[in-house]
Design a protein around this ligand. Structure first.
Ligand SMILES: [Zn+2]
Length: 594
């Protein structure tokens, strides 16, 4: 592969500790670094970064790999993108020779980035146009946004014309089809294209790397419908995975270990401007489990900051349910009736809002109190309805521990027996599980092959000699299919005259995170060089012995039914040979025990 050198240069130039440390807080622990795992939910750190091997691995969820794998998983980028990010960081120029498929993929996405960048440029120019942009500038000013905020977030204006952006984009070499697929143009039934956004203030939505992927747009016409319009989804924009403001908020979110979810673009900007920077919003869509999982990587505390009216309470309940399903108990903070974040901050200052957010109630309690208001808990039927509604929510939580604690809590609040609550939840879960099993394939289980097999494959890494021994034994002696595959790859590398290293293994399957996790786990295993020679022989022996024993048993069974003398002699000889082999192995296995 022509890119091998380059990849090696990049790998050598960047330090995995620095790269990961820029994304999650790492603590030194002995020779390694630890953190709370960004890929699963946990209270105590089981995420390990090994600077010596330049590998990370989580003992909790099994995630792992090298610096490239980390970027792919964490930043949700492709291998070429990870390569490019790290090359830029290391100051290494990337020649233009990626694999054809990766290039097509990238080119395909690149055109959508270009379309959105072009639109952003056009909208900003229109906003700054003395005549065209006046009404929009006045609107933004009225909403209290400063020039700086407007510039930082790239706000713009789409003039009220059917072909404003179209005529701007025409000479720039992007087809109308592409612009329509990017969600910027619409095609009518006659096949004619026109601008999607007209007479609207434009809020660019940016992805993890700060590139514009979509727009939210607010009408300037008081009677205009809809009030907010959003780009349609495109190859670079899935609204269920993108949060407005996250790119600018993530450092603050990490620092404060908490994030506020507000209802709209304007709320995000006004709060940021007021110095409350750990704030995001969905892009005109309901919160998804994926949104929750993304935020969870940055902060422990997720606060839903919504209006105190009925609509706000309903919205908070929907979002809170989704978070719960993702195993996250959010908090809910409601604004006093009639206030929105902006009016509150301008009337009482950012501290007032902060303290409302701080006093946010754990979601379960919020949900129960809402139900208590809707049902008369003094009556048995009212209490039953409230408990039943609550159980529907809890039954969807996958985290068993969390579910148990919640059941306990509900039993207390509803003044009922805990075992009854547990049983009702279990019943609901059986029903949902049955429904889901029909719809979706089962979740993959955590990888757990026998320890001695893992140990042996770990010792094969970087050691062609051990690879040779295992090759002679045969990889089919491993009971675990994934280990068989890894061992076979190591042997193949050795046969090619390459170093059978973890890095080379990771390169074999760049898109397979299960593979990367397993390789990292093996690479992390402790190997005492002084022990290795004897230990490997013993491990090989211990894996061989059961196999020999099975062979002997089969031969003995044949012997019992065999009538021919020559065959009987042959089988007996073979049994004796295998028996001697077993003895040798047994000796090896027990040598050094005294
Ligand atoms: Zn983990």
């Amino acid at each position: 592969m022509p890119d091998d050198d380059l990849k090696e240069r990049i790998r050598a130039a960047v330090d995995i500790v620095t790269v990961i440390g820029e994304r999650i807080p790492l603590k030194k622990a002995g020779r390694n670094f630890v953190a709370r795992c960004p890929f699963h939910q946990e209270k105590t750190p089981s995420f390990n970064v090994n600077p010596e091997r330049q590998i990370y691995h989580c003992f909790g969820c099994g995630a792992g790999g090298d610096v490239f794998s980390f970027l792919m998983e964490h930043d949700k980028v492709s291998f070429p993108e990870a390569l490019r990010t790290l090359a830029a960081k290391a100051g290494i120029a990337l020649p233009d020779r990626q694999s054809a498929r990766a290039r097509t993929n990238e080119q395909a996405r690149d055109i959508y980035y270009r379309a959105n960048a072009l639109a952003r440029e056009y909208f900003i120019a229109a906003l700054n146009d003395p005549a065209k942009g006046e009404a929009a500038r006045r609107y933004l000013e009225r909403r209290g946004l400063t020039k700086e905020t407007i510039a930082t977030f790239g706000l713009g204006f789409a003039p009220d014309a059917w072909d404003g952006f179209m005529s701007y984009a025409r000479p720039k070499g992007l087809s109308y089809e592409v612009l329509a697929n990017a969600g910027l143009l619409v095609q009518n039934e006659q096949g004619r294209f026109y601008d999607r956004f007209r007479g609207r203030v434009m809020f660019p939505v940016v992805n993890d790397s700060g590139r514009t992927v979509a727009f939210g747009a607010r009408t300037l016409d008081p009677a205009g419908e809809p009030k907010y319009l959003n780009s349609s989804e495109s190859p670079v924009y899935q609204k269920g995975r993108i949060l407005y403001g996250l790119y600018h908020a993530r450092d603050a979110i990490r620092q404060e270990n908490s994030v506020l979810i507000v209802e709209g673009y304007m709320d995000v900007l006004q709060l940021m401007q007021a110095g409350i920077r750990n704030v995001v919003a969905t892009c005109g869509t309901a919160l998804t489990r994926e949104h929750g999982a993304i935020l969870r990587r940055y902060a422990d505390r997720i606060i839903l900051l919504f209006d105190g009216d009925e609509a706000g309470i309903r919205a908070a309940s929907r979002a809170g349910d989704v978070l719960l399903e993702a195993g996250i108990e959010g908090h809910v903070a409601l604004l006093p009736g009639g206030e929105d974040p902006d009016t509150l901050v301008s009337a009482e200052g950012p501290e007032a809002l902060r303290s409302i957010a701080e006093r946010g109630m754990p979601y379960l309690q919020f949900r129960w109190e809402t139900l208590a208001r809707q049902n008369n808990l003094a009556t048995i039927s009212g209490r039953n309805r409230a408990i039943s509604d609550m159980l529907d929510v809890i039954a969807r939580v996958d985290d068993e521990m969390l579910r148990g604690m919640m059941a306990n809590q509900i039993a207390q609040w509803g003044v009922t027996d805990e075992t009854l609550v547990q049983r009702a939840i279990a019943r609901r879960r059986r029903q949902t599980v049955r429904r889901e099993q029909e719809a979706a394939p089962p979740q993959t289980k955590r990888w757990a092959p026998p320890h001695r097999e893992k140990q042996l494959v770990a010792w094969m890494m970087d050691r062609p000699g051990v690879c040779q021994q295992v090759a002679e034994m045969g990889v089919e002696r491993f009971s675990d299919p994934l280990l068989q595959e890894i061992a076979a790859s190591l042997i193949r590398l050795k046969d090619l005259g390459e170093l059978p290293s973890a890095a080379a293994l990771l390169d074999e399957k760049r898109e397979d995170s299960r593979w990367a996790g397993a390789v990292a786990e093996l690479a992390q295993m402790h190997c005492d060089e002084r022990e290795i020679g004897r230990a490997v022989t013993q491990l090989v022996a211990s894996l061989q012995l059961p196999h020999l024993k099975r062979q002997i048993d089969t031969l003995r069974a044949r012997l019992r039914v065999e009538k021919g003398i020559r065959e009987t002699i042959e089988i007996t000889t073979e049994i004796q040979r295998l028996g001697r082999e077993m003895e040798i192995l047994n000796d090896l296995l027990h040598s050094g025990e005294n």
